[in-house]
Ligand binder design. Sequence first.
Ligand code: SF4
Ligand code: SF4
Length: 87
Amino acid sequence: MGNYGEWKGVPRENIPWYPRVDLDKCVGCRECFKFCRHKVYTWDKDNNKTKVAEPFHCVVGCSNCAGVCKEGAISFPPLTMLKDFAK
Ligand code: SF4
Ligand code: SF4
């Protein structure tokens, strides 16, 4: 049992909507980490790169942090994927 709430009646942790970071592209600029207010990211000090620590804190349908990454390192599933979960 998680405590991430629900999205349209579906437990949040059943919906695979969260950022994926390509660490080969990430240059450690911290922009995504500073941008998101939902504590999805933490800072991996060992690698000096961002880390998706709390994927289910990500707001379903939001992909704004992908836009702040100049390296194009952040990606999301297609929005159409959400139709399978919305009744
Ligand atoms: S914005 Fe992009 S390059 Fe910068 S830390 Fe985040 S993933 Fe890495
Ligand atoms: S998509 Fe939105 S809520 Fe999710 S990690 Fe990025 S900025 Fe945060």
